[in-house]
Design a protein around this ligand. Structure first.
Ligand code: IPE
Ligand code: IPE
Ligand code: MG
Length: 227
């Protein structure tokens, strides 16, 4: 592809519930279908040379959903990570989580930690899952760390204490399902991202649609405040 790959793509994987409803399925079936698409898009990003792919899997606000849906999502994340490990290792993919995972069960925390450790040497794509992630929570935790370490409040110090430390700012932000909002996702890191909103529900999102977004991105002029 002579379509230059961006360094960092972040996706708000939205619309699983509506996708399922349209098919007279339970919302949870939409989440399962969504996990399969997350796998396909991760592999595609790795193949085309994207360095970082950050996927919003569970927000700090998603605890407000019905208990059974939250429980399903917890189990799905656990199952997904267990299944992915072999794929990550085979393909040189590094896995990392952002968000406050201390609110998850001990067993899920352990799987997240082990997956990070075992894939730490991956040299291709880094897949970052946002798990119990909220941007405001992340920024508050970062500022608290500055206080504890007695560090001056500077952009560099805040950045170095965010969950995304070491990861470049977002180049392309994509939200599926037709909603046009950020929903507390990477507020700091999206300061200068190019944003794309598509009506496609996440379970219907394809590699082709991603390629089209990347080529559109390559035709945009990023000025970063300059002229
Ligand atoms: C996104 O799909 C997945 C999560 C938030 C976990 P939704 O579950 O929000 O699907 P809609 O927006 O209700 O269709
Ligand atoms: C954002 O989607 C969170 C994830 C995709 C994990 P939501 O469906 O939770 O966002 P709102 O409530 O529509 O803003
Ligand atoms: Mg939604």
């Amino acid at each position: 592809m002579d379509n230059k790959a961006p360094s960092h793509i972040a996706i708000i994987m939205d619309g699983n519930g509506r996708w399922a409803k349209e098919r007279n399925l339970k919302r949870t079936a939409g989440h399962s279908a969504g996990a399969d698409v997350a796998r396909k898009i991760t592999m595609h990003c790795s193949n085309i040379g994207v360095d970082y792919l950050t996927l919003y899997a569970f927000s700090t606000e998603n605890w407000q959903r019905p208990r059974l849906e939250v429980e399903f999502l917890m189990k799905l994340i656990e199952k997904y990570l267990k299944q992915e490990l072999a794929i990550y290792l085979e393909n040189g993919i590094r896995f990392k989580s952002i968000g406050d995972v201390s609110k998850f069960s001990k067993s899920l925390q352990k799987i997240i930690r082990l997956t990070e450790e075992k894939t730490a040497h991956g040299k291709k794509l880094t897949q970052i899952l946002a798990l119990n992630y909220g941007s405001r929570d992340e920024i508050v935790r970062a500022v608290r760390k500055l206080n504890e370490k007695n560090l001056e409040v500077t952009e560099a110090n805040i950045e170095a204490n965010l969950d995304t430390v070491g990861i470049p700012d977002v180049d392309i932000l994509i939200r599926t399902s037709g909603e046009v909002r950020l929903s507390n996702y990477l507020l700091w890191q999206n300061a200068y991202s190019e944003m794309f909103f598509t009506n496609t529900y996440w379970p219907d999102f394809t590699k082709n649609e991603l390629d089209d977004i990347i080529s559109d991105y390559n035709n945009r002029e990023r000025r970063f405040g300059g002229i």
